[in-house]
Design a protein. Structure first.
Length: 434
């Protein structure tokens, strides 16, 4: 095997470091719910203002529909179960499990009503998107074989570590235009961290002259800033019908920069352009039946037109152009039942289209964010007076995706990579109403 082919294999295997969430998410890189109340409803919140967090995150106008002012604080623990299997004919095959651990996701929502005003104010701080992947090196799995620095001796990536976190700060104002209609708007300030080690969005280098180029590390970065805007409308009438619609613009992030080193330790700078997608939500809910609230949301995530996601494949210098995801729809459904004056119980279900085409599934080895079926359950208990404790559990059913190993010269004949995962999420929170 000549050095050209060897370098090509190394470049292809390095793509598996692409970022993607510690599986915090459900619709691609974006979360499907915030807080235990919204989570137990499957994320349906565009037309069902059951708590401040779900309202602020999905539809700013719906905060006018909350019965009281409230402050809610919650934290979720996310535990993904990840496994990658790869095969190159005549070279070997293997299965490797990741060890990302539990990732904490704090969320805060505050909404204030003035009884003498038609205007409501709110502030949300939410973990909106993210991920963590932690694969060890392997002696049998081609993707995770030790990196090679010798021509003619192909290698993999060794261990792969990737992580991202996007925090949104959302100040919001909503005005009740009529007895039935409210409109809301607010800016979104986003803080983002992104680690991809090795940094496959940068060109590989051969500074040591070995003939086997390698990608630099992608850890030396800082928190980056971005932002956007969200707006919505909310309708509710005396019969119990609720309707909602909202648009969250792309979260335009500054270019992520990395201080790294080439193969002989000289300084280099890597860059990644990655934003969060525009989201359009439509929702309907019904509370006209005694003790029941039923809600459904339909959402559109515009990955196909978002930096970092819309392009795919390799650039001429061997760097990765993007993840190659497509835009998708999601449907969230939830039901709440008032079991007693002090106890509310909820069940939810979420379905997501898969944003990752089979042809580019290899580019998401470290980001197999394709889970399509999610089950949710939760409850809220009145502790005392206006203080409520809420809890929820979500299970993302096992999913897998398979595609060929792709090199700058095309798909490697007979190869394949299969990513498997499921996710467990426990969410807890406390709400004080006043």
């Amino acid at each position: 095997m000549n050095s050209r082919i060897s370098a090509t294999i190394v470049m292809a295997l390095a793509v598996s470091a692409l970022p993607g969430p510690s599986r915090v998410c459900a619709q691609g890189i974006h979360v499907s719910a915030v807080g235990p109340v919204n989570r137990s409803m499957g994320g349906a919140g565009t037309a069902a203002p059951l708590d401040s967090m779900g309202s602020l995150f999905w539809n700013p106008a719906s905060i006018s529909g909350l019965g009281e002012s409230e402050l809610s604080v919650g934290v979720a623990g996310v535990l993904p179960v990840l496994e990658t299997e790869s095969l190159i004919p005549g070279f070997g095959s293997g299965v490797t499990s990741a060890e990302p651990g539990v990732t904490p996701l704090p969320n805060v929502g505050w909404v204030h009503h003035d009884d003498e005003s038609a205007t409501s104010f709110g502030l949300g701080v939410f973990c909106a998107a993210g991920f963590r992947t932690n694969f060890p090196a392997s002696t049998t799995n081609p993707v995770f074989l030790p990196q090679s620095n010798s021509p003619g001796i192909p290698g993999g990536l060794g261990r792969v570590y990737s992580q991202a976190g996007f925090l949104e700060i959302i100040p919001t104002v909503s005005h009740q235009v009529t007895d039935n209609v409210s409109v809301g708007i607010g800016p979104t300030l986003t803080l983002g961290e992104l680690i991809a080690d090795p940094l496959v969005f940068a060109a590989p280098d051969d500074a040591d002259g070995s003939g086997a180029p390698r990608y630099p590390a992608g850890r030396g970065s800082r928190t980056h800033w971005g932002g956007g805007l969200q707006a919505g409308a909310y309708y509710a009438d005396e019969s119990g019908l609720h309707l909602g619609a909202s648009v969250k613009s792309p979260q335009w992030m500054e270019t992520f920069r990395y201080h790294s080193e080439d193969e002989i330790g000289l300084p280099t700078v890597g860059r990644i352009d990655m934003d969060l997608p525009m989201i359009v939500s439509l929702g309907a809910a019904w509370s006209g039946t005694d003790r029941f609230v039923v809600a459904t949301d339909v959402r559109y995530f515009d990955y196909g037109n978002t930096d970092g996601f819309r392009l795919s494949g390799f650039n001429a210098d061997g760097s990765v152009a993007g993840l190659g995801w497509k835009s998708v729809f999601s449907v969230a459904t939830g039901v709440q039942y008032e079991a007693s004056r002090n106890l509310l119980v909820r069940l939810g279900y979420t379905f997501n289209q898969n944003p990752i085409p089979d042809a580019v599934s290899f580019f998401s080895v470290a980001a197999p964010l394709y889970y399509q079926h999610q089950l949710h359950a939760g409850a809220s208990w009145r502790l005392v007076g206006n203080v409520w404790l809420s809890a929820a559990y979500s299970y993302y059913l096992p999913s897998e995706i398979t595609g060929p190993i792709v090199t700058p010269l095309g798909a490697f004949p007979g190869s394949n990579v299969t990513n498997r995962e499921s996710v467990h999420i426990a969410d807890f929170g406390i709400t004080v109403r006043y």
